[in-house]
Ligand binder design. Sequence first.
Ligand SMILES: Nc1ncnc2c1ncn2[C@@H]1O[C@H](COP(=O)(O)OP(=O)(O)OP(=O)(O)O)[C@@H](O)[C@H]1O
Length: 488
Amino acid sequence: MSMASTTRDESSDNDSTCSSITLADSTRSWLSTFSFRRSSSSNSSSLPLCAAAPDTTKSASWEAMRRLRLDTGGIGLDNFRLLRRLGSGDIGNVYLCQIQNSMVGRPQSLYYAMKVVDREALAVRKKLQRAEMEKQILAMMDHPFLPTLYAAFDASHYSCFVMDFCPGGDLFSARQRQPGKRFTISSTKFYAAETLVALEYLHMKGIVYRDLKPENVLIREDGHIMLSDFDLCLKCDVVPKLLRSKTSSESSVKTRRSSAPSCVAAPMHSCFSASSKRKKVVTTAIIRENMDVYEDQSQHKGHDYCTSGLGEHDTEIVAEPINARSKSFVGTHEYLAPEVISGNGHGSAVDWWTFGVFLYEMLYGRTPFKGENNEKTLMNILKQPLAFPRVSSVSSSSKEFEEMVKVQDLISKLLVKNPKKRIGCCMGSVEIKRHEFFKGVNWALIRSVRPPEVPAELNKIRSRVSLQKLSKKDKDQPYQITHHFDYF
Ligand SMILES: Nc1ncnc2c1ncn2[C@@H]1O[C@H](COP(=O)(O)OP(=O)(O)OP(=O)(O)O)[C@@H](O)[C@H]1O
């Protein structure tokens, strides 16, 4: 297996001790919300909930787009004013944009993110299928922690996707800003819980994400998360199952075959992202995405893991796409699951591995198996036992210590090298949500919890991100996509 040497664009400390794990004022509401909520359910108005209804901006964004569509008969690039480039990745550039001023009566305070993909260039680099996959996945989504695709259109050889704009940046950058470059346990719990809910939704839709890392978790204006970047997803059909405890039913997990596995394969080549972020690797020598889906069924059937957490009369809806199977070498080195590296086929359990690495990084400021280079990292992932840095500042009698023990237990269960013994491998998120670390999390109302950090008011963001820093000429003249593309 060929491996490229890549560097990690991070200045974080890699020492083995943590200087401080404290609850910041801004995050204390996260833990207290749940305990308070449980004892004060009759007085919900005093809960530290979000000031604005989370859906307000989204419905305004939809409404503006609907009106634009009505007025113009179809949405195109001309209808948008590109303000600045937000970032660029392996398959495209993302721009901050607004609906054009000339569109009478348009609400000007609404911002969108537009991903622009050069299909011709991608075809040459044999990455077109990744863009197609992203478009497909975006079009399927309808969830608060996932992007809404407001519009998708082509302009010459460019494909444009208009999505929610996340002014809070990504969790990788947010972590760099924290004391010790690590999140507190309470912030970690918040971001992990929301990410888990997003992964749960994807799995229910038969999508294995495969690229979880802090860089791909963006922060919305209201401080809640939005998972991004879906070009490495593996998609298969999934049939939700009703799981019953063994005492209430003879059967445990009824693993029904998907009637027609929809095979959407990754590209047939090797490539490494050219961005300065931690780079993703895509090496697909032999693709059998979803093809060897049934060979492991016997090992999942009746596995004790699947029902052990259920009470006598419990039932759970489980929609884990355990049928998904791929042999592609995809992901980001430090986050690759052992079964991806070994190349013997992987499935939805890779997302629970990456979730473990993600928790670890948020908490300790580094990933658990990072070596001097990518080869060593991969070797460590396969061979090295999991170890946790010492957290000297947390006293063994403190609440944080208790939380730390719980989260370490969860991480240990996620970072099990054998995917069949990994927590979540069979029942998916249901099993993970039940873990002691997440005890007290009100999953149904998670969107109403005050996030650890809420990005500044949109007006402040506007001044920070665009107009004030521009010259008068630039202010008068909106950003031209021609700066980057020769067609426009
Ligand atoms: N909705 C958004 N709001 C704000 N910034 C965004 C948004 N989507 C993407 N970005 C920024 O643009 C950058 C590139 O986006 P993205 O990762 O989707 O591109 P990509 O080509 O798929 O990258 P990759 O190389 O990871 O595949 C991101 O790192 C992020 O900083």
